[in-house]
Ligand binder design. Structure first.
Ligand code: FVH
Length: 312
């Protein structure tokens, strides 16, 4: 066993202990779709001893998995019928439908877990379609990149048939921490996309900050490790109080009013002066100004959500 194998098996143990997985749980699994993510998912099931059947449009992508013990199904129908738990992870929901439609008669009595990225509406439609063919359905959101799968950092969100989740919890936990969000199949993609929104907001801020210091020749690497990460970590501690304000609707400012924060467009000014586009920051600043203009200058920053959120 080399160092990587040791590390992998240590990670497996950490995950198994965290998930309380019984050693004997070796449910057969089918994985449809062997792109970067699907082949990693199949590899994780194989590594934890699950008999694993795979299918991919381009069969050559299964070679490495077959060499590790996977069974290659000749058709989607054969793949579906090989296991009670069928996991699909392909490009998008249209591809999911295209692949599964011809094999729909084999779905009865199985659990279909769709880990393809999509919207709540598409998840509900697919759940309804699977139900009509006698299958239980779980929609999933993978909050990890392939290299994190089967590591303690990986989190996968699920929603749909609760009983199916409970029955397959230990098998699904081979991929990462399995979090069940509720019976509405749209909940997993909703939370997935909400988390990605938070990530892209942070990435956008990061790019603007790096462009600003870069305009004076400062390297992004040093700026990021010495100043930006500690700053963002400190700011992260303010999120729970902001969340409380959003939930209660009480935005009374305690130490940094919206009026004060939006009084001058210094970030816009310095960006323009340094030759940096304000396209990432300007939409947020415009919302802050609008909220102040509408008479909410003494609120805290989270008050801006009232301009974008759905009214009940
Ligand atoms: N990779 C990642 O970091 C992210 C992490 C979070 C979740 N996403 C979502 O996972 C889905 C699959 O992503 P992927 O990275 O595996 O994607 P690709 O490597 O591009 O593989 C795509 C697979 O889909 C198959 N496919 C595409 N079009 C068709 C079609 N018309 N008919 C049949 N299969 C199709 C493709 O097959 P092939 O090209 O190998 O024959 C791959 O199996 C995705 O929703 C991410 O958003 C990944």
């Amino acid at each position: 066993m080399n160092r990587n194998d040791h590390e992998q098996s240590r990670n497996d143990r950490v995950l198994e202990e965290a998930a309380g997985i019984p050693d004997a749980d070796r449910t057969p699994v089918t994985v449809i779709g062997l792109g970067a993510m699907g082949s990693t998912l199949a590899g994780a099931f194989l590594d934890s001893g699950h008999p694993t059947t795979v299918w991919n449009r381009t069969p050559g992508k299964a070679d490495a998995l077959v060499a590790r013990g996977a069974a290659l199904a000749a058709t989607v129908d054969e793949a579906v019928k090989a296991s009670s738990l069928v996991v699909i992870c392909v490009l998008d929901y249209s591809v999911v439908q295209e692949i599964l439609q011809p094999a729909s008669s084999g779905l009865a009595g199985r659990v279909l877990v769709n880990l393809t990225n999509g919207t709540p509406v598409r998840a509900r439609e697919l759940a309804e379609w699977a139900g009509r063919h006698g299958a239980d359905y779980l929609d999933g959101g993978i909050m990890a990149v392939p290299s994190l799968i089967a590591r303690p950092e990986a989190v996968l969100l699920y929603s749909g048939t609760e009983d199916a989740f409970n029955r397959h919890h230990s098998t699904l936990s081979r991929l990462g921490k399995a979090v069940y969000l509720g019976s509405d199949p749209g909940l997993a993609p909703l939370h997935d996309l909400a988390l990605l929104s938070g990530m892209y907001g942070m990435f956008g801020g990061f790019l603007h900050a790096a462009a600003l210091v870069g305009s004076e020749g400062v390297k992004a690497t040093e700026f990021t490790s010495t100043l930006l990460i500690p700053w963002l970590q400190a700011m992260m501690t303010t999120l729970p109080e902001m969340a409380r304000q959003i939930d209660t609707g009480d935005y009374t400012s305690k130490e940094a009013s919206l009026e004060m924060q939006a009084s001058n467009d210094t970030i816009g000014e310095v960006s323009r002066a340094q030759g940096i586009s304000t396209e990432l920051f300007a939409p947020l600043y415009d919302l802050m100004k609008r909220r102040v203009a509408e008479g909410h200058g003494s609120d805290d920053f989270p008050s801006v959500i009232e301009l974008i959120r759905k009214r009940h």
